[in-house]
Design a protein around this ligand. Structure first.
Ligand SMILES: NC(=O)c1ccc[n+]([C@@H]2O[C@H](COP(=O)([O-])OP(=O)(O)OC[C@H]3O[C@@H](n4cnc5c(N)ncnc54)[C@H](OP(=O)(O)O)[C@@H]3O)[C@@H](O)[C@H]2O)c1
Length: 260
């Protein structure tokens, strides 16, 4: 059963990708432009956004730092002037730093919580009024399987993604009856800048293009949650069902307890 209106025909759909200068967002830009969507691209690196826009055959480019108060609101207003309305906004901006508990650092906490959680929530707040006024629209957020339950060296990142998924669940309950779709995407490991610094072998690692196809397939099925690759995400979904007495020793064994 579709929880959201399935998006199968992308021709003419106006899509804003927030976090499109590299990685999964860049790959989603390619996947959607190939399907006929009209794109706007954001991120901090203007030159990288220009390069993606050129590679996909043209897109609006709206450089911004999502953490800066009012930045998303200003870009959204500019987009409204150019497009009139926007059909789909996908929030992909994310920050990740492996964080062993013994090295918890206030600045890393602030930066990660800001980009992944509070600024993304504020970004949703900026785009919602226009969608609610139209009685249609679609907000998608890239969260992570790291948010399913606690994992070693992911205490900050995982907590932000758990929070983001919770945010999306609550939004879905309230917004879907008012015509606005809410979609959360939970990828496993994807080979991008974000994970380039990981010093362990990432299980079931996939390419950004594979992640983008899975995300677009999820939208076509009208899913609330799209998780992938299934061979990895299903294992994590099962693990989180275990009682802590089984979960903790098993995860310690599987991960080495987060030893570097
Ligand atoms: N790679 C994985 O294994 C994986 C797994 C699960 C979930 N995810 C999530 O997937 C999303 C995309 O990450 P990725 O793997 O594709 O990494 P990436 O290549 O580093 O992409 C991150 C994107 O977010 C943008 N961004 C970061 N901070 C920003 C800020 N303050 N303001 C505006 N844009 C900002 C970056 O653009 P600028 O640098 O130009 O600002 C970039 O376009 C993230 O939310 C991440 O948490 C990734």
């Amino acid at each position: 059963m579709s929880l959201n209106p399935p998006i199968r025909d992308w021709h003419g759909q106006r899509v804003w990708l927030v976090g499109a200068s590299s990685g999964i967002g860049e790959a989603v830009a390619h996947a959607l432009s190939a399907r006929g969507a009209v794109l706007a691209l954001s991120g901090r690196r203007a030159a990288a956004l220009d390069a993606v826009a050129e590679a996909v055959g043209g897109a609006e480019v709206l450089p911004l730092d999502i953490s800066e108060a009012g930045a998303v609101d200003a870009a959204w207003a500019a987009l409204g002037e150019r497009w009139g309305a926007c059909d789909v906004v996908i929030f992909l901006a994310g920050a990740y730093r492996p964080t062993p508990a013994a090295e918890l650092d206030a600045k890393v906490i602030r930066d990660t919580v800001s980009v992944n959680l509070s600024a993304t929530m504020a970004g949703v707040a900026a785009v919602l009024p226009a969608m609610l006024a139209r009685g249609r629209g679609y907000v998608a957020m890239v969260s992570s399987v790291a948010g399913y339950s606690g994992l070693p060296r992911a205490c900050v990142y995982g907590a932000t993604k758990a929070g983001l998924t919770h945010f999306a669940e609550s939004l879905f309950l309230e917004l879907r009856p008012r015509g606005v779709g809410v979609h959360v995407i939970n990828p496993g490991f994807v080979d991008t800048r974000l994970t380039a610094g990981n010093d362990f072998t990432m299980p079931a690692l996939i390419t950004p293009a594979e992640a983008a196809e899975a995300l677009v397939d999820g939208l076509a099925r009208g899913e609330f949650e799209t998780h992938f690759p299934k061979r990895f995400s299903r294992v994590l979904k099962l693990l989180r069902l275990l009682p802590y007495g089984l979960y903790f020793p098993l995860v310690r064994r599987l991960t080495g307890g987060g030893r570097a």
